[in-house]
Ligand binder design. Structure first.
Ligand SMILES: [Zn+2]
Length: 191
């Protein structure tokens, strides 16, 4: 099979692809370069906003290039979560489950529940469309988990052979602490 056509990728994204075609894709010995860009085109057609999608992060979230510069995390509903180098979870609505009763609402059977005091369940929601974006189970007080910090410049330059126009040093660094530092500085002085 030659290059995978866009329609097949669209079926893959929408979950309507046939078992035979899915199997054919998996068994292809070599993945063609264009497939990623066809995939992005399919994703771009599914959203109502114009910013260019650079990478999909989750079912709902994308890293996009802002027209006036910058790369931000954006939900398919249009809600933005700021610079992608700061964990987007800081800009999400968070629900934390901490008690056994709260765990049992989402765990079945009950013996599978984590131990209260040792674990908490954090659910992250989009402030724009209320979609659930991620869930993490961590010890209480554990920092928000940064699920992915992609090296976009290297990916586009070395693997896709199409460097991004705003390539620069500094895109590949975790800046989450800068956001939390601003929060601390903005907090009342009595702390
Ligand atoms: Zn949303």
């Amino acid at each position: 099979m030659a290059a995978v056509d866009k329609d097949l990728i669209r079926q893959l994204v929408e979950g309507t692809i046939s078992r035979d075609n899915a199997r054919r894709l998996i068994r292809m010995p070599r993945k063609d370069h264009e497939r990623f860009f066809n995939y992005l085109e399919v994703l771009q057609e599914r959203v109502a906003w114009p910013e260019r999608i650079l990478l999909r992060l989750t079912d709902h979230l994308y890293i996009v290039a802002k027209n006036r510069g910058g790369r931000v995390v954006k939900c398919d509903c249009g809600q933005e979560f700021g610079d992608y180098r700061a964990n987007w979870k800081l800009s999400a609505k968070i629900r934390a489950r901490r008690t056994r009763a709260e765990f049992e609402q989402v765990y079945s059977p009950a013996p599978a529940c984590p131990e209260p005091d040792w674990q908490e369940i954090r659910e992250f929601y989009c402030p724009g469309c209320q979609a659930q974006l991620a869930v993490e189970v961590v010890p209480p007080g554990y920092p928000l988990v940064m699920d992915m910090l992609p090296d976009l410049d290297r990916y586009y330059r070395e693997f896709l052979r199409r460097p991004l126009p705003d390539e620069a040093a500094g895109w590949y660094e975790d800046r989450t602490h800068q956001t939390t530092r601003q929060w601390r500085e903005a907090a009342p002085a009595d702390r």
